[in-house]
Design a protein around this ligand. Structure first.
Ligand code: HEM
Length: 180
């Protein structure tokens, strides 16, 4: 995962728990990576999970709540990564229809070594989109937190139903989103 996401997670922990707790969490972590995480670097997913897990232990949170909470916080920080014409829209539906382009094209322009998730989004009606999330990381609590973050930022409630498709290597998740 890109260092930018690690740096946002560090910022989130400091904002929520303070510098002292963050230092305790870092001390408790056993990372594969030996150097500090920098924005343009790429680091093992295991290191991100280690940081989340040690945060959960220190703050007495479940990993599910931690991933969801991070997602719910993150959207305004993500929009700063790419140009406004690909991240800023009138309605959240337009954002979801561009999600795969943002991850697979715009992010790759900035960080060619990124390994972003795949989002197939289909326009199914005036207030509905079907979004398929496909990633070997299967970070569904993060996905659901970011959906909530988008809803807050666009001041538009987003409800969803979810269907899991079992795959040979990982599961693929279909989200039936309804806006408003
Ligand atoms: C402005 C819009 C967005 C930007 C710029 C953005 C950017 C990013 C970046 C930089 C990564 C790390 C990729 C890597 O290290 O290979 C990432 C991963 C991820 N993004 Fe987004 N993102 C955006 C919107 C969203 C939204 C709306 C969702 C949820 C529906 C989402 C869900 C995820 C998830 C779950 C990952 C974790 C990696 C994985 O599952 O494989 N993102 N995104």
């Amino acid at each position: 995962m890109k260092g930018h996401i690690f740096n946002l997670l560090e910022q989130f922990i400091i904002e929520q728990a303070g510098d002292e707790a963050f230092e305790d969490i870092l001390d408790a972590c056993h990372f594969i990576t030996k150097d500090p995480f920098i924005r343009s670097g790429t680091y093992p997913d295991e290191d991100l999970i280690e940081l989340v897990n040690k945060t959960c232990e220190r703050l007495n949170l479940s990993p599910k709540d931690a991933h969801f909470g991070f997602g719910k916080w993150i959207f305004p920080h993500l929009t700063k990564i790419a140009p406004p014409q690909v991240t800023t829209f009138q309605h959240p539906k337009e954002l979801f229809l561009q999600l795969d382009h943002i991850h697979r094209v715009e992010l790759k322009k900035i960080w060619p070594d990124a390994e972003p998730p795949r989002f197939k989004c289909i326009d199914t009606g005036p207030d509905t989109v079907t979004m398929t999330y496909d990633s070997r990381r299967e970070m569904i609590d993060l996905v659901e937190g970011v959906i909530e973050s988008v809803a807050i930022n666009y001041n538009t409630p987003i409800k969803f139903e979810k269907k899991v498709h079992k795959g040979p290597e990982h599961n693929v998740y279909e989200y039936f989103l309804t806006f408003g």
